[in-house]
Design a protein around this ligand. Structure first.
Ligand code: FES
Length: 157
């Protein structure tokens, strides 16, 4: 059997960390658009922590780098500028408020739709910030818009 060890899977090609800037610059900018292995990623710096996620909102492709960060239910979230969906920075969960219909007098409570937005790992080493893409074989709702916009970047018409 003739196996070519130089042939890499799509996951292997995109799993190496990429330096996206210095810690100082990214802290000053607070929201920074970068490209990691051809993918549009936004880096957020909030309360001294770095977060990374795909730039296009899972709902309809809104530009998350233009949203504002607010706390909901004790979790920092990006609020999409297009339709105000709330997405947790740490996990990419979509949050919404709902009232339990069995308790009509109760006040709305924050609930999770589950992980909708693809997030990525961020590490700081030697004053530089590195992003490692998450496993692209495990699909997230936001991948539809990431793929659509990445095609536009890579193959302009
Ligand atoms: Fe983000 Fe609709 S596109 S909330």
């Amino acid at each position: 059997m003739n196996e070519d060890s130089s042939v890499k899977t799509s996951t292997e090609k995109t799993s190496s960390p990429v330096c996206v800037g210095t810690e100082d610059d990214l802290k000053k900018q607070r929201k920074t658009m970068v490209t990691v292995h051809g993918r549009e990623v936004v880096i957020f710096c909030h309360a001294g922590m770095f977060y990374a996620m795909d730039c296009r909102c899972y709902h309809a492709g809104g530009p998350l780098h233009l949203g504002e960060i607010e706390d909901f239910n004790g979790q920092p979230c990006i609020v999409c500028p297009w339709h105000k969906y709330k997405i947790t920075l740490a996990t990419g969960e979509g949050l919404y408020q709902a009232v339990n219909p069995r308790e009509p007098s109760s006040s709305p409570k924050w609930r999770s739709k589950g992980v909708k937005q693809r997030t990525h790992s961020v590490a700081v080493e030697g004053g530089n910030v590195y992003v490692t893409l998450s496993d692209l074989d495990c699909r997230k709702d936001s991948d539809y818009y990431a793929d659509k916009f990445n095609k536009r970047i890579n193959y302009p018409v």
